[in-house]
Design a protein. Structure first.
Length: 137
């Protein structure tokens, strides 16, 4: 056996006792990995019941909409208009246009005069699932 220096491995590059440039490089690599992991998780937040879109939509409705919007009765005493049979109506509650997915999606994403925008809290897929649920009611 020879007792010469061992070749350096990638694991040996980030040792806690390193100082100077080696420690900075290690911290920089860890930060980059954390950013990559965060970006990957932000693109797809898994929901518990992905197999049942209406259940997921119901949960999203309860978490984000129920405070201001009813879905089980036409007349509402809440701040926002009722979603009761929304897609079966001839016109939207606060406008004269026929209900459509694109308009509702824009409202959910960007909000309105009293409604907050949800684009920072809900993904595209979650908004579509929420609209599926509202459409099913």
């Amino acid at each position: 056996m020879t007792s010469g220096p061992r070749p350096r491995t990638r694991q040996a590059e980030c040792l806690p006792h390193q100082g100077g440039a080696g420690a900075f490089a290690c911290v920089l690599r860890l930060f980059a990995l954390a950013l990559l992991a965060l970006a990957a998780s932000a693109q797809h937040r898994p929901v518990p019941w992905e197999k049942n879109r209406l259940r997921v939509g119901q949960a999203l409705y309860r978490d984000n909409c129920v405070v201001c919007h009813d879905i089980d009765k036409a007349q509402s005493k809440k701040l926002g208009p009722s979603f009761y049979r929304l897609f079966k109506r001839d016109k939207m509650p606060l406008s004269s246009m026929k209900p459509n997915r694109d308009y509702i999606k824009v409202r959910v994403k960007f909000g309105g005069p009293l409604m907050p925008a949800f684009r920072q809290w809900l993904s595209e897929s979650e908004i579509d699932t929420l609209i599926d649920y509202i459409e099913s009611r």
